[in-house]
Ligand binder design. Structure first.
Ligand SMILES: [Zn+2]
Length: 139
């Protein structure tokens, strides 16, 4: 199956170690409401997504999912946060990660993975985002 190459980003980002394994970090200052990176991969059916399983499946509507495990999909390193600085915006069958606020060089990029993903993959292990970590230490 043919699929388009990810839309190029204007900003430098880098994969680095974070609190939860690896994360994607901004190397440039990024203003609010900008396209940063595409979450990119092959489009697969719900059935195929269930067979593959795993955390790199991004569910779309109408029996479509993006399988983001490809090494070119650097956006797969973006971690979940309950208080994110990015959002995943759906345009057709493509997912563009955009900034929700001004991001400084060195900041980790995060977006909210959504309720379904959170319930099945994050909640059982405990969320390690900055907001939840604060809640734990403040107890
Ligand atoms: Zn959290």
């Amino acid at each position: 199956m043919k699929y388009p190459y990810p839309r190029p980003t204007k900003y430098n980002v880098r994969v680095k170690k974070s609190a939860s394994g690896f994360g994607l970090f901004a190397e440039d200052a990024i203003p609010k409401n900008r396209f940063i990176i595409e979450y990119w991969g092959k489009i697969i059916s719900d059935k195929k997504a269930d067979e593959l399983g795993g955390k790199y499946i991004f569910g779309l509507e109408n029996d479509k999912n993006i399988s983001g495990a490809h090494r070119k999909n650097i956006a797969r390193y973006i971690n979940h946060s309950c208080q994110p600085n990015c959002e995943a915006s759906l345009e057709g069958d493509r997912i563009f990660i955009r900034s929700l606020k001004k991001i400084n060089p060195g900041d980790e990029l995060t977006y909210n993975y959504g309720k379904v993903y959170f319930e099945s993959y994050i909640k059982p292990f405990g969320c390690r985002c900055v907001k939840c970590a604060k809640k734990i230490t403040g107890r």
